[in-house]
Design a protein around this ligand. Structure first.
Ligand SMILES: [Zn+2]
Ligand SMILES: [Zn+2]
Length: 393
């Protein structure tokens, strides 16, 4: 059936554009010009990009990014082409391609498939003597991203023992082939030598604590680390916002997607994890400047984490207040209007929290004179604190 649809769609596209007609239900009708009766009941809907709306914050555009993804070029289940198109449909502006350098699940199978075409000695390569071009996934992704106006950050994941050493994404890399070294710290240094930004990935994954190991202490002290994942997939480490603040690291929330976001997020009515980057534009230079200046917020599963001042500015950009009445006793009623795709959960005093979902408004009344304050409980700042917002009138 699918094959037939595709065939008819191609036929429609090549034979005559005028044969495409939208019916009352938004489906496209494909009609065979020679035999209109034939194709009358074949209809197709297009997948469309979901637009995530976030107003400018402090004069910067807020770019939706994922700084941690995988494809079949390491241990992911999909091609880079699929990963890029998926990101565009999900509403992202920026995606980093970050294949594991040391772990490539499909390579042996791929080489097996090519046996006889790449020489008799073709077999899964080892890390000391890679027979693969580690840059290929980046090259394909950059080329594919250009088709959608999606910025692709070339990257790689330095992948060592999760308990003692950890995983580190090198972003904005120039040549992945020159990164690997037996000493993981040296691999990180190799990446930095080519101008890479280093992110400490999922610091709590496969571990019982996010406390620093000896190796982490060493690389943090040597200032080899620029940022840290506060959220990775379904994991959230609110305590690490404090580390980011104290050590001057950027915060990130990334999917680390290996399968599809359709399965892992959309089927659960969730947006994918996003690192929100406040930048002038989405060129690599501007994005790198913004990341190193720590103008990022982590967003996943309706939780937003990062620097307290930035969180407050973010909320202020997304939600506006308007007084609609003040009665004789001074009771003021206001509308809170959420102009963004991001939901907020608010607590006024000791009352039960209320929600202000994406693109909704609610009224709020107060007897307070001159100022109303509330806690945004789905925002996480340093010290695992929820920022307290004050609105003056
Ligand atoms: Zn990892
Ligand atoms: Zn990963």
């Amino acid at each position: 059936m699918k094959r037939l649809l595709l065939f008819v769609a191609m036929l429609g596209a090549t034979v005559s554009l005028s044969a495409q007609q939208k019916n009352d239900y938004g489906f496209y009708h494909y009609q065979d010009a020679k035999n209109p009766q034939m194709a009358r009941h074949i209809m197709r809907r297009e997948p469309l990009r979901c637009e995530i709306v976030i107003p400018q914050v402090n004069g910067y555009n807020v770019y939706k990014s994922d700084l941690h993804t995988h494809t079949i070029y390491s241990d992911g289940s999909v091609t880079p082409e699929y990963r890029i198109r998926e990101a565009w449909l999900d509403g992202l502006d920026v995606i980093a391609c970050t294949e594991h350098i040391e772990y490539r699940r499909w390579e042996g199978i791929m080489l097996q498939f090519l046996k006889g075409h790449v020489g008799a000695d073709a077999k899964a390569s080892n890390n000391q003597n890679p027979k693969v071009d580690f840059n290929l996934a980046n090259t394909i992704s950059v080329r594919e991203g250009a088709k959608y106006g999606l910025t692709v950050i070339p990257g790689a994941e330095i992948t060592r023992n999760a308990v003692n050493i950890g995983h580190y994404n090198a972003l904005f890399v120039k040549d992945v082939n020159t990164i690997w070294n037996e000493d993981p710290a040296e691999a990180i240094r190799n990446a930095r030598k080519q101008g890479a930004v280093i992110m400490h990935n999922h610091p709590g994954w496969s571990r019982v604590t996010t406390d620093m190991t000896e190796f982490e202490k060493k690389v943090y002290e040597e200032k080899l680390i620029d940022g840290v994942e506060i959220m990775n997939g379904r994991e959230f480490y609110p305590g690490l916002v404090t580390r980011a603040s104290e050590l001057g690291l950027f915060v990130a929330a990334n999917t680390d997607i290996h399968s599809t976001t359709g399965r892992d997020y959309a089927m659960q009515n969730q947006m994918r994890d996003m690192t929100l980057i406040l930048a002038k534009d989405k060129s690599l230079a501007s994005l790198k400047e913004a990341i190193l200046a720590r103008r990022t917020l982590a967003y996943a599963y309706e939780q937003i984490a990062g620097d307290e001042k930035l969180l407050k500015d973010f909320f202020g950009a997304c939600v506006e207040f308007e007084t609609i009445s003040v009665d004789a006793k001074g009771k003021r009623t206001m509308i809170m209007r959420n102009k963004s795709s991001i939901p907020f959960y608010l607590q006024f005093g000791d009352a039960n929290p209320v929600e202000l979902r994406a693109f909704t408004s609610r009224t709020v009344s107060t007897n307070a004179k001159g100022e109303i304050s509330f806690k945004v409980i789905n925002m996480w700042a340093q010290g695992e604190q929820h920022p307290v917002l004050k609105y003056g009138f």
